[in-house]
Design a protein around this ligand. Sequence first.
Ligand SMILES: C[S@@+](CC[C@H](N)C(=O)[O-])C[C@H]1O[C@@H](n2cnc3c(N)ncnc32)[C@H](O)[C@@H]1O
Length: 360
Amino acid sequence: MDTLATWSRRAAYAARQGARVGWFAAHGELAQAITKRVARRHGSAGSKAPRRRPIGPTPDQRRLFAQIADLFRRDLANVEAGHYPLPSGEFGSPAAFLDLSRRFLADVPKVARRRATGAHQEVFEATRDEPAGLPRYYRQNFHFQTDGWLSRDSARIYDFQVEVLFKGATAAMRRQALVPLSQLLRQKDQRRVAYADIACGTGGLLAPALTAFPRLAGVGVDLSHPYLQHARTTLSRRARARASFVTAPAEALPFADDSLDVASCVYLFHELPPKVRRQVAAEFARVLKPGGLLIFADSLQEGDLPENDGLLHLFPALFHEPYYEGYLTDDLDGMFARAGLRLREMTPAFLTRVAVYEKV
Ligand SMILES: C[S@@+](CC[C@H](N)C(=O)[O-])C[C@H]1O[C@@H](n2cnc3c(N)ncnc32)[C@H](O)[C@@H]1O
């Protein structure tokens, strides 16, 4: 029977997530209004990209919020099943959170100007003489974001930006990747599990993973040094003691053959050219031990949740996502299978697919 404590936890969770959705959705509305104003100033309707009709079904706002509510129900069920603790304090103190809001809003007109003028090569121009070993495809203003992946300012507001994009549901989508990790760790001694999060960015998965599993150590790998620096600052003191960070490309991972028990990778593959996706898949297969797991979370693909297909196709028209359209129909399972990673399960979670592959 549900106790009073259970009901009060559920009520607190619902209030918190409701406020979160309201907060980020309001920032989304504000950002849209600013974007329209900037677009008018530049004499464009909001994007250099040709206006498109949705290809396939597109859920209305009501349906989107219903999908988010489903995600939150699942998130809470995972907490109650003991997979991970209730989320808290992700954006620091209330003052830090307000400061992020200010920084986010101050950046919106810059992003809007890039979108209105189609400017997505500022990073390429800035690194033309000193590419610092960064691949060409990486040196772009993905999402039209200021400084691309290459500054502390960009790292600081990245998570806020993504939450605005997904109406506050991003962290809960990512947490679905903690479920297979929790299932794996229940059978093992956490201290002996070799774990890395590849393309960890600001630590969106690594931080909750190290919080949820208090004896697990993890390596965060990313090509962006500023993002890794920021990731370190988001960790609690206890989690920081178990974390290490390496600036390296996913296509040449800094691990020996057959050395990892589990790797995770969140929101990377849709940003890679198809050829690089295959290189990275081969790297996962190389570094995982036989029987090791890849926990993969990225955008839904076409057909994963057919009612969202049209929405997925609209995304690259609004944000600079040069490899996203190809990602939508790429045969990921076939690609991983050819690399030696067999699909175990795939679960859609709002706009994310969470898949688990096992090295055979
Ligand atoms: C959309 S962000 C996702 C970050 C994080 N995993 C998350 O859940 O928010 C993509 C990240 O991939 C990193 N990245 C892109 N290409 C990479 C590559 N070839 N090797 C390593 N990291 C890469 C970027 O620097 C950025 O931090």
